[in-house]
Design a protein. Structure first.
Length: 284
């Protein structure tokens, strides 16, 4: 039996979300295991193939998939359990992000990522019916291929700014996402905008994407001194540790500002010494 037949049967009989099933198949194909015979599968061959990928988080996920899919065969349970490395983004200034987002056909979805901390599939699933006052009920999400509307990765209520709630209430039927529309359209639009020369200048050479906007949402709250428990609830995380470790970031200029400087007593003599040396003088 080929891995493709075995894996398809295993994945489809388990209570995985639609997006999880797609990702499992994607990783098995990326590793070149899909067309192999199941008898060829062992930990050594998987380790060698995973080791060719440099991205730590991708390798971590590949090991998880292989342990899960081949568990019933008693194979691959000795594969490494890697720790994830949080994604670090260079966050542009708020005004710059806004200026670029306003040019996108999917500006409302991007604003929901930025000011409600939604994932892109969740932002696409928002309709006027999602609102209770200024609270947004996050319970549904579109898959990346747009063929499936299912439960969100994490559900909960998010309080959003009144101006954004008003925009959601005013959504027309044409503005609401439909099955068959890939949520990747929002990501591609964002990426395309970031590559334009005029927008690169606005963003200071940085790029934006929907998930970066979710990071901006969390980081901005922390920088404004919002209680971490409130940030956790707004992000819909189970543990505040996830919020603080993964979704809040150190801004580069603040990191640079944290470095200690030399005391004046050391700086002044060094300047005099350089000046003296440049003039050609020196001790005899």
């Amino acid at each position: 039996m080929k891995v493709s037949e075995y894996a398809t049967e295993v994945i489809n009989k388990r209570p995985y979300k639609y997006s999880t099933r797609l990702n499992y198949i994607k990783y098995l194909k990326a590793l070149g295991l899909w067309d192999l015979d199941i008898t060829e599968i062992n930990s050594a061959i998987i380790f060698d193939r995973v080791d060719q990928f440099r991205n730590q988080n991708r390798r971590k996920n590949m090991f998880i998939v292989c342990r899960s899919v081949f568990k019933e065969l008693g194979k691959c349970q000795d594969l490494p359990r890697l720790d994830a490395i949080p994604k670090v983004y260079e966050l542009p200034e708020q005004a710059a992000i806004h200026q670029v987002i306003e040019k996108s056909k999917y500006r409302l979805q991007l604003l929901l990522c930025m000011y409600a901390g939604l994932r892109v599939g969740e932002a696409c699933a928002v309709t006027p019916a999602s609102l209770e006052g200024n609270y947004l009920n996050v319970s549904m999400a579109f898959s990346q291929d747009g063929k499936h509307l299912g439960s969100a990765k994490t559900v909960g209520k998010v309080l959003i700014p009144s101006w954004l709630a008003d925009e959601v209430r005013a959504m027309s039927k044409d503005q609401c996402w439909q099955v068959g529309m890939p949520s990747h359209l929002v990501t591609w639009s964002c990426s395309s905008l970031s590559r334009r020369a005029i927008n690169k200048e606005i963003l200071g050479g940085k790029s934006i994407n929907p998930h970066m906007l979710r990071h901006w949402f969390a980081t901005n709250m922390i920088y404004r001194g919002v209680n971490p428990e409130i940030v956790r609830r707004q992000m819909r995380h189970k543990r505040v540790e996830t919020t603080l470790k993964v979704y809040t970031q150190v801004i580069t200029k603040d990191l640079e500002a944290s470095l200690p400087s030399l005391p004046e007593i050391l700086i002044i003599p060094s300047v005099k010494l350089l000046s003296h040396t440049a003039g050609g003088g020196g001790e005899k």
